[in-house]
Design a protein around this ligand. Structure first.
Ligand SMILES: [Zn+2]
Length: 337
């Protein structure tokens, strides 16, 4: 009895070890959950094939109706030229650390990714802060680097738009799987600013088409010495990982199946008729965050059991909940304030 229990325990331990070894993909649940994450592609595992240079991609494109096109947005590039609807970008030149600006890091990495994708037969657009109106491509990746007041904070992160397509989720999963091999820590604290990134936001005309799979990637913290060392000294490694993530996604994607690129529509903007309270959860027992006034327009992300989930004005960087019955439909504004 004791002996068989011991054998069972040893077998159990061995099975656990095998399970751990099989779990080559570090993706797991850490992919930021989209509003439709139930439909999201399962995080792919990296096989040996996926870590090879993409010399064989020409054969993949033969089944495509046209060569694949990828947009790489260089975060903050030429932001001074932002149109009126994105005027708030004009003075946002990004972060800096250790004598390096975010823009130069973003531009260096994006250029190296472009070289790699073009070598694999992909048409690449390097895109500035202002996205071409309703930009269409097979993938769009916005490249940024983070900054923080504390030099301790580090890690990279990645996000899709609030309501993203299965194709966007799959692109995110492949990028996550490849970028995670670099050894930089993954920071799961994706911000509302990333999930609501302006280049994904259909309220702006200078945004990607809703059918363009899009992801925003924060390479790491420029204000952290360890992250910065990789961002500044090893841009080729970062670019290899990003390019492999994109190519793996394209190889895994059926360009003829348009349903994969469909995105749920945005709920209509709303506003209160009298001052109301925004809570931190969909319940009056949740802590109150702030008062919302009738002049403020809210852009719901989703609706759950009589509550709207909304990014809170003025900077939309925090999420709150308001009761559906407390608001009425608002005329959409042309721009955020
Ligand atoms: Zn940035």
């Amino acid at each position: 009895m004791r002996r068989s229990r011991m054998v069972a325990s040893i077998v159990g331990t061995m099975l656990a070890i095998v399970a751990l070894l099989l779990e080559v993909s570090p993706v797991g649940e850490r992919l930021p959950a989209g509003e439709h994450s139930d439909r999201a592609a399962r995080p792919p595992s990296l096989s040996g094939n996926d870590s090879q240079p993409a010399a064989d991609m020409a054969a993949v494109w033969e089944s495509w109706p046209r060569p694949p096109r990828v947009g790489l947005q260089v975060g903050h590039w030429n932001s001074a030229a932002a149109p009126d609807e994105l005027a708030r970008l004009r003075h946002n030149s990004g972060t800096a650390g250790g004598g390096y600006t975010e823009l130069e890091v973003n531009l260096r990495v994006a250029t190296l990714v472009k070289d790699r994708l073009e070598a694999a037969g992909v048409v690449v657009d390097l895109i500035p802060a202002t996205v071409p109106i309703r930009y269409q491509a097979d993938a769009f990746v916005a490249i940024h680097a983070d900054g923080f007041w504390s030099p301790e904070k580090r890690g990279w992160k990645l996000a899709t738009y609030w309501r993203s397509s299965p194709a966007s989720e799959k692109l995110a999963a492949w990028l996550l799987a490849h970028y995670n091999t670099l050894g930089l820590p993954y920071d799961p604290k994706v911000t509302a600013n990333m999930r609501g990134y302006y280049a994904f936001n259909r309220r702006f005309s200078h945004a990607i088409a809703s059918t363009t799979p899009g992801v925003i990637l924060e390479l790491g913290f420029l204000t952290n010495a360890e992250d910065r060392a990789m961002l500044v000294n090893e841009p080729e490694r970062l670019a290899d990982a990003i390019a492999m993530g994109i190519l793996s996604y394209l190889r895994d994607h059926d360009p003829l199946d348009a349903s994969l690129r469909l995105t749920p529509p945005d709920p209509a903007p709303v506003r209160p008729q009298a001052p109301i309270t925004a809570y931190s959860g969909p319940s009056e027992r949740s802590p109150a965050i702030r008062t919302i006034y009738p002049a403020e327009i809210l852009y719901p992300i989703s609706r759950e059991r009589g509550w709207y989930k909304v990014p809170l004005p003025p900077d939309l960087s925090r999420i709150g909940w308001v009761r559906v019955r407390d608001v009425i439909e608002a005329r959409p504004r042309a721009r955020w304030r």
